[in-house]
Design a protein around this ligand. Sequence first.
Ligand SMILES: [Zn+2]
Length: 224
Amino acid sequence: MKTLFLCFLIQVFFSSADTLPQNRRDGYVHIAEADTSAGILILVNKNLKLPEGYRPHDLVPVEDKYNKGVMNLLRSLAAAAFSDMCRRAEADSIVLWNRSAYRSDTIQAQLFENAVIRRGLKNASRYSARPGHSEHQTGLTVDINSVHPSFGNSPEAAWLRKHAHLYGFIERYPKGKEKITGYHYEPWHYRFVGIRAAKYIYENNLTLEEYHGSIGKEIRDTAR
Ligand SMILES: [Zn+2]
């Protein structure tokens, strides 16, 4: 009982009056720092936050031909893989392009604020991340073509679901996994993790959270 009371006091002491209820409402609890040493397998979500001002060192623009976004930077490996994937899609008469890739924490802060104004905190948090918690800040993530839910029914989305892993990309927020990922279904949001991990995740129907939490450790260690 004494221990419980002590825990309660510690929690009250370290939580400011306005952040605690907010955390409970929008899913941000037990926040720790993301492991940037994991390289392209880095896990960033509502519980794992990038260090303040984090910016990958090897950002390059997405190939012009496959870009329509103002935010057009990806880490070099991801940019090359994205080009390969778009080229292969083209051969199947599927047109893919970057809509939004790397975002700094400053830009993410503005986007999140706007989303909260539009949708309210709880609903905004199902679609948009707080600064430091966005995968887009890793430079390994790309929103492809459309961010409308109907994109999920398009031939482009169907092609991506079937082929993206062959180029090292995974559908990061799949249907029915919101409780694990913390985000609503986003058929346009693809994350580069490298071909080996992507293939494993695809074949076992996992999220990146599940991959990190279980059997992926061995692969993760050799893929760094
Ligand atoms: Zn996205």
